[in-house]
Design a protein around this ligand. Structure first.
Ligand code: FAD
Ligand code: FES
Length: 295
């Protein structure tokens, strides 16, 4: 028996994830305190889809002992067009992310994935991706897939028909935190920026860009959102009020990443109206907004 989260409600582990030692290919700074690392790991790159994530830890030492979750930014391909590895973006906040800033090409790290459900293939209509801070990382691959510029997964999944519009609303504290904007320059993607201090784009919250779109008669049909919980809460409320389908990607702290420890549970509403808990690492990190109780 499975519920609308598509899984057996009895605890099961994600046994399809691969654990690999991968080499750092490059590390580049994207913005203030924000970097992108490229890892060579063809097996994971061939399978992963937008919105899925992987766990990363150093191969040596025990501080930190546990891996940390990072979303797929994009895959990169080899000379034959085959996926050869993954890129992820990170912002420096603590132990591992500080350590990562010292990782250089040739360094070996441990990676396990792909993990989690990821975003669904974008349904027809206008897709608006709404990102807060480092929450923009899953949306490069979503944008490329939605516009038919790249495929992901094995077998490769593809949007059934071109979307009528794909937009990204991206909010950060100030312009120096805007990460990877050049990567998001692609035909067909409408990018709108919001900064708290007005140093770039709209001065104010990224949610105000959504409200403006609604007021201008350009409301999206579907929203994919990732960022701080209060921002996702606000997006979910606006979406519910205007009857817009909305999916949220949670960044709940995790210990194992594959369903064993239950450190990542989040409260979800079941089909029968009752509330229960689901593991963000297996049944998420992407949930329909109406199923979640955010703070
Ligand atoms: C599915 C998923 C995808 C993610 N993708 C990305 C990504 O692409 N890029 C990125 O930069 N980050 C991402 N994160 C968050 C990332 O995992 C954390 O930033 C990372 O674990 C921090 O590790 P650290 O060792 O540097 O910090 P720690 O030393 O573990 O923690 C430092 C401080 O940050 C707090 N903290 C740690 N993790 C989180 C969190 N998830 N939310 C809020 N506070 C936290 C701790 O409580 C502590 O106060 C993702 C998280 C999840 C669950
Ligand atoms: S992180 Fe261990 S069950 Fe999710």
């Amino acid at each position: 028996m499975s519920d609308s989260f598509g899984v057996d409600p009895l605890p099961g582990l994600n046994c399809s994830a691969l654990q690999k030692t991968a080499q750092v290919v490059e590390q580049v700074q994207l913005a203030r305190d924000t970097y992108r690392i490229r890892l060579e790991c063809p097996e994971i790159a061939q399978q992963i889809t937008p919105g899925q994530f992987f766990m990363i830890r150093p191969t040596t030492g025990c501080d930190p002992l546990l891996g940390r979750p990072f979303a797929l930014y994009d895959t990169y391909v080899d000379g034959n067009g085959e996926p050869a590895g993954v890129d992820f973006g990170y912002v420096v906040i603590g132990k591992l992310t500080t350590l990562m800033t010292g990782w250089r090409p040739g360094e070996e790290v441990e990676i396990w994935g792909p993990l989690g459900n990821g975003f669904p293939l974008a349904p027809a209509g206008h897709l608006m991706m709404i990102a807060g801070g480092i929450g923009q990382t899953p949306f490069l691959a979503v944008a490329r897939e939605s516009l038919g510029l790249r495929t992901y997964g094995s077998p490769a999944r593809q949007v059934a028909q071109p979307l009528s519009k794909v937009s990204l609303c991206y909010g950060v504290r100030s312009s120096d935190y805007l990460a990877g904007l050049a990567d998001f320059e692609m035909n067909g993607l409408d990018v709108q920026i919001a900064t708290d201090d007005g140093s770039a784009g709209h001065r104010g919250f990224v949610t105000e860009l959504l409200l403006q779109a609604v007021e201008n008669g350009d409301a999206p049909d579907n929203i994919f959102c990732c960022g701080p919980e209060p921002m996702m809460h606000a997006v979910a409320e606006i979406a519910a009020h205007h009857e817009i389908s909305c999916w949220l990607s949670l960044e709940t702290p995790m210990a194992c990443g594959f369903g064993a420890c239950f450190s990542c549970v989040t409260k979800v509403k079941l089909d029968d109206g009752n509330w229960d808990y689901r593991r963000t690492c297996v049944e998420g990190p992407v949930f329909r907004a109406e199923c979640l109780q955010l703070s």
